[in-house]
Design a protein around this ligand. Sequence first.
Ligand code: SF4
Ligand code: SF4
Length: 434
Amino acid sequence: MESAVNNGCCPEHGAPGGSNCRAVGPHKVPGDSPLAWFAGMVGHCKAHALAARAAGRPIVGIMCEYAPRELIFAAGAVPVCLCGGDPDTIPSAEAHLPTNLCSLIKSTYGYLVEKANPFLEMADLVVAETTCDGKKKMFELMAEARATYVLALPHREDDPDGLRSWVEELRRFKVFLENRYGVAITPERLREAIELMNRERRLRRELAELMKMEDPPLTGRQLLDFKSIISGLPDDLDQYERALALWRPRERSGSATHDARGQSPECATARQQPVRVLLTGVPLVHGAERVIEIIEANGGLVVCQENCTGLKPILEDVRADAPDLIRALGEKYYHLSCSVRTPNRKRLALLAQLATEYRAECVIELIWHACLTYAIESFHVRRLVENELGLPYLKIETDYSPADSARIATRVAALVETVRARTAAQHKWLSGVG
Ligand code: SF4
Ligand code: SF4
């Protein structure tokens, strides 16, 4: 079994003999790297939230990628993602919630019970959506302790009235925010917020696109760290620009310097290439990154993350020049292909597109235990991947506990061996034909 860290071929890292050259693993961040900035993400966000609140700006908690951050910004408030990734808060949640519930929901709620999330403690309001049943019902309990506004998300993808209804829902939310915070959300304020979010989405997209390269400069785990629970922080945007300047192919060509994975062009050619993985399924929120670390410690390289902590929410921008900005906002968010929608064909189309663009050699689907919508939808995903894309597929169902890490590692290692054997057989066949 290969290790993600320090088993490289590069003598500069003093770790010869390994098949993967990744002297800088997920937890070894050089001090001057943009990665070092994002390693301090929670601290930066806390400082920003405290300063904003001191300046009279309300903190608004959000729970899902359907939350229109732009409207919250335009109301003068600060949207903060409250999704929990810590297994330690789960026992407290289980005093109120069923044990057989997704870890993400329990961890988030456990923070409320323990009063342990400083952002939730600061929050003046929580914005929730009618997504999965577990979240919807948890929000009812949360609403007893926090002011909560629930956005009604239409679930039927092909309902002709769905988009109209969602846009009307956003118009009502705008009025609610205006009344609560005594501000007018003018087109100018909203356009400014849209442009800020569009800029952040574009920069994050461009960073993700670095993973299309034959030899990407980042691991998937490192890329996952390039985001904050508060969007649009000016320092974050600067660091995205800096990372792109450092690692874009144009800047790398002819350079002998090491990329974020700790490999020079020379050592990259000498090592065994990791298997390119497309990761789909549930989000890997801050603190719940265990599975991607296991994949990359066992011969995989996650070149594409389709989920809500990856590409899915940042692929589409909002039209800042639209005559009706609320409608433009509604359209962008309505297109997000979560498994709570039915049917959810857009997700399958997106997976097929991303598998091609990122040259995935296999697909791994992560599902938190008791997440029924992703678990059931995995039937369609497996069929697409195996029958239409012709790629190996692995489903990992787990929770936030590390108890099954060794078992997951064994399954990932077996998948990697399958892909390598397949590739070797294809090369053999092609050389025979040649
Ligand atoms: S997976 Fe669905 S419910 Fe979860 S954050 Fe994404 S859109 Fe929201
Ligand atoms: S992972 Fe599934 S069950 Fe958990 S919050 Fe998201 S949609 Fe709901």
